[in-house]
Design a protein around this ligand. Structure first.
Ligand SMILES: C[S@@+](CC[C@H](N)C(=O)[O-])C[C@H]1O[C@@H](n2cnc3c(N)ncnc32)[C@H](O)[C@@H]1O
Length: 277
């Protein structure tokens, strides 16, 4: 661990216009926010719909969609995806994430954004030589189209485990909002690959919504609806990283999220420094 008592960087210490330079069409969240309350009601409606469809879950991890017949599964899935995206936007998730992530980064230099998806946050990182990577070719295609006027924004469709980048290539790596989407064997495998393409002494910034003892029904509901099947406690994440022995692990910190209507879980920030030798 880093010396106790201090975060490496003061979070939220700098004021950013996080969407400076972001192309107009990626900022559709702005108008959606007007539907804040109605989308939150949709969230509850979805949960009611899901629960009405079948028996009680057999385990804590059972997903709502396992409870339905085939047609209900499809309808439930479509509703859940739609409501999730709408609610995320309405609750200000993109703005919150961009601001939080930016607060620990140090442009310029080369930044790898692992799991960049459609590049919905890339506009906040354009002071870097920015590289977004995602395993899904479709989302990378969309990101490239959006940022085609930005020569310093690069998007790569690849599985990080296939080593699409050279060793010691990046000054910083962002591994954000993705850990709860990968299982206990994949998470260390991904971190090893991110370690490979990071410069010695440089940092991986891990952010993820985490479970905590204090969580109430709102956080539990949000984690249940989230598409990630592996929400964890901070200790569980540390338990997967420490045995790798390739990082100095910084002090974890927890950041209350966006949420005017519904509060999601706190976001964990965990700085991981690549050892010099
Ligand atoms: C939850 S999303 C992106 C979250 C985004 N970083 C944020 O903070 O809003 C996670 C992304 O990781 C991508 N992904 C998962 N496994 C991957 C892998 N092995 N290589 C590259 N991308 C991967 C998925 O396709 C998905 O788009």
């Amino acid at each position: 661990m880093f010396p106790a008592g201090g975060r490496l960087f003061p979070l939220e210490a700098r004021a950013f216009d996080v969407f400076r330079g972001i192309p107009e069409k990626t900022n559709r969240e702005a108008w959606i926010s007007e539907y804040n309350i109605s989308s939150s009601l949709s969230l509850y409606a979805t949960e009611v719909f899901i629960r009405a469809g079948g028996a009680k879950p057999t385990s804590k991890r059972a997903t709502s969609t396992t409870l339905f017949d085939r047609r209900s599964i499809i309808i439930g899935f479509v509703i859940r995806e739609y409501v999730w995206n709408l609610t995320q936007s309405a609750l200000g998730a993109p703005e919150f994430k961009a601001k939080l992530y930016r607060s620990v980064l140090h442009p310029p230099g080369r930044l790898l954004d692992f799991g960049c998806a459609t590049g919905h946050l890339a506009g906040a990182f354009l002071e870097f030589e920015y590289y977004g990577v995602d395993i899904e070719p479709d989302v990378i295609e969309a990101a490239r189209a959006t940022f085609k006027m930005h020569p310093n924004a690069h998007f790569v469709a690849a599985d990080i485990r296939l080593r699409p980048f050279a060793e010691n290539y990046f000054d910083e790596v962002l591994f954000a909002g993705t850990a709860h989407h990968v299982d206990d064997s994949l998470l260390p495998a991904i971190l090893k690959e991110l370690h490979f393409c990071l410069k010695p002494g440089a940092m991986i910034h891990l952010f993820d919504p985490v479970l905590q003892t204090k969580d109430n029904w709102q956080q539990k509901l949000m984690r249940r609806i989230d598409r990630g099947n592996w929400p964890r406690r901070c200790e569980e994440i540390l338990g997967l990283i420490e045995p790798l022995g390739i990082f100095e692990i910084g002090e974890p910190s927890f950041h209350p999220p966006y949420g005017a209507v519904i509060q999601d879980c706190d976001f964990l920030y965990l700085p991981l420094r690549k050892r010099l030798s």
